[in-house]
Design a protein around this ligand. Structure first.
Ligand code: TYM
Length: 355
């Protein structure tokens, strides 16, 4: 029986952090033996935030090396660069004909990124959406919200649908995009009366989607939040970051509720430390004997145990340009074959025919 198709990607906007690792990359590696796996570097998506052209290529190469260093195996998985698949750009144009600008404007990630582009603060509870829309439409030319940002979910849906993937391992922050992908697939199928696109689901081995918190007490670890632990952080830097993580004054009475910054540290521990270590510190919190300094030291060492073997491989892999080139050339060839077949079907059902 044919293996189920898995697909996921990461934007080339810098080095990979623990959010990328636990939300996505770790599962990529774990899924390789059992599925038809396709993992790519989303360099077209990275363009939505207008990176420096010099930086873009370096970032793509870096992520490719980090994928391989973390254990992605080109013998088992198709590893490619999004812009090497021109069929993706064509399907992006075609699928956009079935996507509403209203539904795109209501996407949480669009609202966040548009606010950043316009230099306005984060949304507040019950914020006035109409005023926000006015700001987008009326924005000065030097502070524009580009159309690529708006149609970001279409491009992501195309990445998935063009390979007919059914399982998409991503972190919690990408679930709304997956919901849109399913909606676009259903809409396309029913509009043309076909069964062309399957509906993809997030996948985390049966567990809920992961959200890795930041070290600054905030909700999410993210590149633009400046609160990341990177896979390439050397031990000194990494220990310093963890030791500086925000905490509170410590529990004053037994079984006190845990504050957000401390809950974040426990979440990171749940991901990296052994269950008995987590249990020990939870108990210490409950009976007020906890010392956050000890918890942080332990956490830093446990994170290093995960990142060190990866970090140590990255530079060797980066130095091997020939190998990197071969991996993505081979990946592009394989990914393009299926993309071209899907695109041909789409053109056919939409009525685009050759004379
Ligand atoms: P990106 O580049 O923002 O993130 C890549 C992956 O890392 C996960 N992630 C996190 N998971 C848990 N906690 C966090 N703090 C955290 N930060 C990042 C993301 O959920 C994601 O899985 N739109 C995608 C890239 C993309 C894609 C696709 C993914 C483009 N096309 C098709 C899947 C399928 C993105 O921006 O991810």
């Amino acid at each position: 029986m044919a293996k189920e198709i898995v697909l996921s990607g990461i934007r080339s906007t810098g080095n990979l952090h623990l959010g990328n690792y636990y939300g996505a990359l770790r599962n990529f590696v774990r899924m390789q033996d059992d599925y038809d796996c396709n993992f790519f570097i989303a360099d077209l998506h990275a363009l939505t935030t207008n990176p420096d052209p010099q930086q873009l290529h370096a970032s793509v190469k870096q992520i490719l090396a980090e994928y391989l260093a973390a254990g992605l195996d080109p013998e088992k998985s198709t590893i490619y660069i999004q812009s090497d698949i021109p069929e993706v750009s064509e399907l992006y144009l075609l699928l956009n004909m079935h996507v509403g600008i209203g539904e795109l404007m209501r996407t949480a990630s669009f609202k966040d990124k548009a606010r950043k582009a316009l230099g306005i603060g984060p949304a507040t509870e019950g914020a006035d959406d109409e005023a926000f829309e006015h700001q987008i439409i009326g924005a000065e030319t030097n502070k524009r919200v580009n159309a690529g940002l708006l149609t970001y979910p279409t491009l992501m849906a195309v990445d998935i649908l063009i390979q007919k993937a059914t399982k998409v391992p991503v972190g919690k922050d990408q679930e709304q995009h997956l919901e849109l992908t399913r909606r676009f697939a259903r809409r396309f199928n029913s509009f043309y009366g076909v069964d062309l696109f399957p509906e993809p689901q997030n996948y985390n081995f049966g567990a809920a989607a992961v959200k890795v918190p930041g070290l600054d007490g905030s909700g999410k670890m993210g590149k633009s939040e400046g609160n990341c632990i990177y896979l390439i952080d050397d031990p000194k830097v990494l220990r310093k970051k963890v030791m500086r993580a925000v905490t509170d004054e410590g529990p004053k009475e037994p079984n006190q509720p845990v504050s957000q910054p401390v809950a974040n540290l426990f979440s990171l521990m749940e991901l990296t430390s052994a269950p008995e270590v987590v249990a020990h510190y939870r108990q210490a919190y409950a009976d007020c004997s906890i010392r956050y300094g000890d918890l942080k030291k332990q956490l830093a060492e446990d994170i290093l145990a995960v990142t060190t073997p990866i970090r140590e491989r990255i530079n060797d892999i980066l130095a091997n340009e020939d190998y990197l080139r071969r991996v993505v050339a081979d990946g592009a060839e394989r990914a393009r074959a299926r993309a071209a077949a899907t695109l041909a079907e789409v053109r056919q059902v939409m009525g685009i025919r050759k004379f």
